[in-house]
Design a binder for this molecule. Structure first.
Ligand code: HAM
Length: 415
């Protein structure tokens, strides 16, 4: 048997799944607070859907194959095309704005690197049918509130926001034409990760002269306030979205950063990414407005579980074990076992988590097992206790003992 999962795929041992469930529970509770409904779609879709909608980078990373019915299919690398398909199929009937979220597992054949695997879970929150920048602010606020609910603050994470419409306007006033834009965007997107000479080469290959090249680098280095000032009309949506975040008291998390463009092809307006404050890790989340994909105002974001999990571990804000026992039950002699079974079952019926040794051993062995299972207390039943209708409850931390009537144990003792 193969000793390991495929590269980039994860085994979730119980402690790993505890963290994943904690992240999912937080995602679901914040999404609910913002009034989002959960949906899902199929993990396998037609290949064409992604080749048409997702853009070059994701298409190169697809897990695709021909199925037995001779269809070209792909494991979903992102949720947005599925969402667009589902919404388009019922566009008349659905009440807008639609506020939906989903937690799909996604598959991308990525180059191995820290924070990027070949499968991940991604929270998607999208709003469809609303053009106002308040909708952009709403999604950014939800992403920040997820961080806050997980115990992270502005010293841990930063939201970096830009707007493709503003970038376009700033580049246009510097003489960059519509056809030259895609390369300019690609260069801005990579400007922090790729050396300048490589970026210059990209621009030169696309026919950029010295003056246009300088213009791109100038825009990349514009400070936030400057960008808003220079952008005129085109800066208005971004200005409003940032003001809304400030009004919510989340301004500390936000910075305007014109090097945020996002790799995906479909974005048309405000785009943003959430990073750890040191920017030592890959993006935690990214999203933006994609009004052209559905011919409707639409916007959303994706937040993966991989970088987020790493950050939570790094900051020591991971959850405790998933199981917390109320008690470990102990039978003094083999003949006490039926009473232990009866009590255990009655407690479980009341929603209290209990365990007992699945084979009868000496009391000391059973106490060891109770300690190994991190039970806070042992409930001990022997012949005397049976006679008296009670149990000895030993606090396993303090080492103290008390006699508790069985009736009381079953009614309110564990509340
Ligand atoms: P994305 O930027 O490709 O956007 O992914 C969003 C987030 O998913 C990333 O910031 C990262 O946390 C996580 N992620 C992506 N790829 C991987 C990977 N290989 N391993 C681990 N984590 C990963 C989208 O997918 C858009 N569809 C999001 C969106 C929804 N835009 C609008 N609505």
């Amino acid at each position: 048997m193969q000793g390991k999962a495929l590269p980039g795929f994860r085994d979730f041992y119980p402690e790993d799944l505890t963290l994943r469930n904690h992240i999912f529970a937080t995602w679901r509770s914040v999404a609910a607070r913002y009034g989002f409904e959960e949906y899902d779609g199929p993990p396998l879709e037609s290949l064409e859907m992604y080749t048409q909608k997702s853009g070059e980078e994701i298409v190169q990373q697809l897990y695709s194959f021909r199925d037995k019915g001779d269809r070209e299919v792909a494991l979903r690398p992102e949720m947005t095309p599925t969402l667009a398909r589902m919404v388009a199929a019922r566009v008349q009937a659905l009440k807008k704005p639609i506020r939906w979220f989903s937690i799909p597992q996604l598959f991308r054949y990525e180059r191995q690197q820290r924070g990027r695997l070949r499968e991940h879970f991604q929270l998607n929150m999208d709003i469809i049918g609303e053009a106002s920048p308040l909708a952009d602010a709403e999604l950014m606020a939800a992403a920040v509130d997820i961080m806050r609910a997980l115990g992270l603050g502005p010293q841990d994470v930063r939201l970096r926001v830009s707007d493709r419409r503003l970038l376009k306007a700033l580049l246009a006033t510097r003489g960059i034409t519509e056809t030259q834009l895609p390369v300019a965007f690609a260069v801005l997107d990579r400007s922090e990760r790729v050396p300048k000479n490589v970026l210059e080469e990209m621009l030169r290959d696309a026919g950029y002269g010295k003056r246009e090249m300088d213009a791109v680098f100038q825009v990349a280095s514009l400070p936030g306030e400057g960008a808003l000032g220079a952008g005129g009309e085109a800066a208005e949506p971004l200005r409003q979205a940032v003001a809304a975040l400030e009004a919510m008291g989340l301004g500390e998390f936000v910075s305007i950063d014109l090097t945020v463009v996002r790799g995906l092809a479909y974005y048309t307006g405000i785009v943003w990414e959430l990073f750890d404050a040191q920017k030592a890790l890959r993006a935690i989340a990214g999203g933006g407005r994609y009004d052209a994909l559905l011919n409707l105002p639409a916007l959303g974001f994706g937040m993966g579980d991989v970088v987020l999990g790493e950050l939570l571990k790094e900051r020591g804000v991971t959850p405790k074990a998933s199981i917390e026992l109320g008690a470990f039950l102990i039978a003094v002699g083999g003949e006490d076992m039926p009473w232990v079974l009866k009590l255990a079952h009655a407690l479980r019926e009341r929603g209290i988590a209990v365990e007992y040794g699945l084979r009868h051993t000496g009391v000391r062995k059973q106490l060891e097992l109770a300690a190994a299972r991190a039970a806070p207390r042992a409930v001990i039943i022997g012949p005397e206790e049976r006679q008296a209708g009670l149990a000895v409850v030993r606090d396993l931390k303090a080492g103290t003992e008390a006699k508790v009537p069985l009736d009381k144990l079953l009614n309110g003792y564990f509340d």
